[in-house]
Design a protein around this ligand. Sequence first.
Ligand code: AP5
Length: 212
Amino acid sequence: MIVVFLGPPGCGKGTQAKRLESSRNWPQVSTGDMLRAAVQQGTRLGNEAKAYMDRGELVPDAVVIGLLEERISRPDCKAGLVLDGFPRTDVQARALDGELKRMGKSVDRAVYFEIPNRQLVERLSGRRTCSKCGTMYHVIGNPSKKNGFCDRCDGPLVQRDDDREEVIMNRLEVYSRQTAPLIQFYSDRGILHRVDATRNVSQVESAIQGIL
Ligand code: AP5
């Protein structure tokens, strides 16, 4: 099954994609994670992407489409996958359709995470991530027991460069202008499912399992 997670920055797409990866063994395909890995490795693609990401802008379509196509062609995506943060534009949605069609597949479900902006700013500004294993925390909602360090692997917790308040505001604006129209795109296909993303992580997970 091919599932698209759609929703604004901070709505919980990554958190839920990781849970589905564990429960169903469908890989989380996150273009944001792929781009951050390229930035960290200092590749040419990473250097190009960094300037956009630091401003909260979208990385050009051609760059992310190339990354995505390579990723979903790998054998671990055969049984199913969760697309977390892709597509984000009409061009990306159509490119995804084209690539899946070549593979004899199509998007089965689009899950839209509904949540007001006020809650997103709180979630993103308080997010901390382990720099070693990627476990996510929140300074108020889900703090680590060892201040500043990961409970799982002791790695240092870091704040993402784009989780500063001024960048968050731009990411939300970019989302409503460039990505929100995809809600209609998938609704028109009859495969859009809405989830109340204001509820706690387990409740959101149950709602998604119900949809799938
Ligand atoms: P990306 O990494 O995809 O970021 P995003 O879409 O902005 O989403 P986030 O990862 O910030 O949030 P999320 O919805 O995954 O929430 P999370 O689970 O982490 O993209 C980053 C950048 O890369 C983009 O700005 C762009 O530049 C570039 N990019 C990526 N893909 C691209 C594409 N396709 N095209 C072009 N450019 C692209 O949760 C957030 C916080 O909330 C955490 O602290 C978490 O613990 C907490 N939380 C989660 N769920 C709950 C809950 N139910 N209740 C309470 N707290 C919760």
